[in-house]
Design a protein around this ligand. Structure first.
Ligand code: ADP
Length: 479
């Protein structure tokens, strides 16, 4: 820069001052951080030109620096915002994770509580409970099951179910492993109930004699089959009581039989040989009927206890079922007439022959036909038919009688059970007829069922197999 010289004229000084004056706003704005003003241009070059150019360059450098700085600032701000977002997202994730962990902990706590409750429940039930996995390995056992099997944890847990216990059917025949209740319930995906008081199943542990039981096996079905739960009820006491009761009935029936026969003979002898007043005849007649009823009752009771003991012999011959049915129908024709009920026997077109026990089938026919006549009012009809339907032999007994109320139907084969609507029509009924008929049908390998509508009538069906095997037995039924 050229400095003012001593030879400068006052005019020069004035020009220089004016020129410097023109730069004042630039400095004034720069003082408050505003570098946007430019140095005003000069047409002529003088001693301030170099200074003015330098100043302009400086201004531009500063502006550029400011622009860069601002850009950097902006990037920084953006980064800060981005960082804040990331941090917020991270916090959210952490918060979520915290919540998830809390929820998981809650679920775990609940599961533990439920497990505890289940354990208490499983322990508190009187029945034995054994759970097996899909490989039939024992995974859980309650105290009642340990007691039934007379075993401890180390004898059972982790072992195959067939190593732990043998299952026997009601004839004490050992059930093979592939037919174990839990094996079958897993395979069939359904609950199986086996054994009851009348025909118990047996469990034999490694260390003890067979225990009579009733068993339920339920498959565990969540997400495919995962095993099964076996519930075991020890029915030794009930079986023992039932046996005592049966023995008592057998003895009492035997004891009653002889005096009843004597009473019957005496009443028959007196009726034939003595001249009696009308009153005397009536009393003797009543005595005779009562002795017949009592004899029939003792016979029924004896039959029931023999069937329950499972000692009844089955003799197999060729049986013409059509003939058997029509013969029995004839036998009851006078009773039907007395009741004013039409009794008809629908004869099959060709003989219906099977290999079975004729005497036992007769007991079934007797029960069904007598019931049909007993529970049909005067003017009604009772029919019986035997037919071969495809490969099945079916005896059908149907009537237009009082019928069995819907709500009573599931009890009808239960021992001593009588539907309330039946009682007035057969006061001396015992509720043992159908029970006996069902037991005999089972013994003959058949099926017995019915359809009925109250007030309209009933239809009983007996399906018998073509051929059965004779069965050894020490007892025969009384007819
Ligand atoms: P009981 O006839 O001696 O009462 P059963 O065991 O033979 O005993 O029959 C049981 C019950 O079944 C009867 O009491 C009656 O309620 C009902 N029942 C059986 N057969 C018939 C039928 N044909 N019509 C209506 N009810 C019947």
């Amino acid at each position: 820069m050229r400095m003012p010289q001593a030879n400068h004229t006052p005019k020069d000084v004035e020009r220089i001052v004016k020129r410097l004056e023109s730069l004042r706003p630039i400095f004034a704005r720069a003082a408050i951080g505003d570098y946007s003003a430019d140095v005003p241009p000069y047409e002529t070059e003088d001693e301030l030109t170099e200074f003015a150019v330098g100043l302009q360059i400086m201004l531009e450098v500063i502006r550029e620096k400011i622009a860069k700085h601002e850009e950097l600032q902006k990037t920084l701000e953006e980064k800060i915002v981005e960082y804040a977002d990331t941090q917020r997202a991270l916090l959210n994730v952490m918060e979520d994770e915290k919540q998830t962990r809390a929820q998981l902990e809650l679920v775990r706590q609940r599961e533990a509580e439920e497990k505890k409750k289940l354990e208490i429940l499983v322990e508190s039930v009187g029945e034995g409970i054994i759970a097996v996995d899909e490989k039939l390995q024992v995974v859980m056992v309650n105290s009642a099951a340990y007691a039934i099997l007379k075993a401890t944890e180390k004898d059972i847990i982790g072992k195959q179910i067939c190593e732990v216990m043998q299952v026997m059917d009601s004839d004490k025949k050992v059930i093979p492993e592939n037919e174990y209740p839990c094996t079958l319930s897993i395979q069939l995906k359904k609950r199986l109930v086996l054994g009851n008081l009348e025909s118990p199943y047996y469990l034999k542990s490694l260390y003890h004699d067979p225990v009579p039981v009733s068993l339920t096996s339920t498959p565990l079905l969540s997400n495919g089959t995962r095993g099964a739960v076996i519930v075991i009820r020890d029915i030794s006491e009930e079986v023992a009581h039932s046996r005592t009761r049966s023995e008592f009935i057998t003895v009492a029936s035997h004891q009653l039989k002889s005096p009843m026969t004597i009473i019957r003979w005496i009443s028959e002898w007196l009726t034939e040989n003595e001249t009696l007043s009308e009153e005397g005849k009536k009393l003797l007649n009543d005595l005779h009927s009562a002795s017949l009823r009592l004899t029939s009752l003792t016979d029924t009771l004896l039959n029931v206890s023999r069937l329950e003991e499972g000692m009844v012999r089955v003799d197999v011959t060729s049986v013409d079922v059509g003939k058997l049915v029509s013969e029995y129908c004839n036998l009851l024709s006078s009773y039907a007439k007395e009741k004013e009920v039409t009794l008809q026997c629908v004869s099959p077109s060709t003989p219906v022959k099977i290999k079975s026990d004729a005497a036992l089938i007769t007991v079934i026919v007797q029960v069904l036909l007598t019931n049909a006549l007993d529970y049909t009012l005067a003017g009604g009809t009772v029919s019986i038919a035997a037919a071969r339907d495809e490969s099945r032999t079916v005896i059908k007994v149907w009537d237009s009688g009082i019928g069995i109320p819907q709500q009573e139907q599931h009890h009808i084969f239960t021992k001593f059970y009588r539907a309330p609507n039946a009682v007035p029509y057969k006061v001396e009924g015992t509720g043992l007829g159908l029970y006996t008929a069902k037991k005999i049908t089972d013994l003959l390998g058949g099926k017995l069922w019915f359809e009925s509508q109250e007030g309209k009538g009933s239809m009983f069906f007996v399906e018998l197999p073509e051929k059965i095997k004779a069965r050894e037995g020490t007892k025969q039924l009384v007819f």
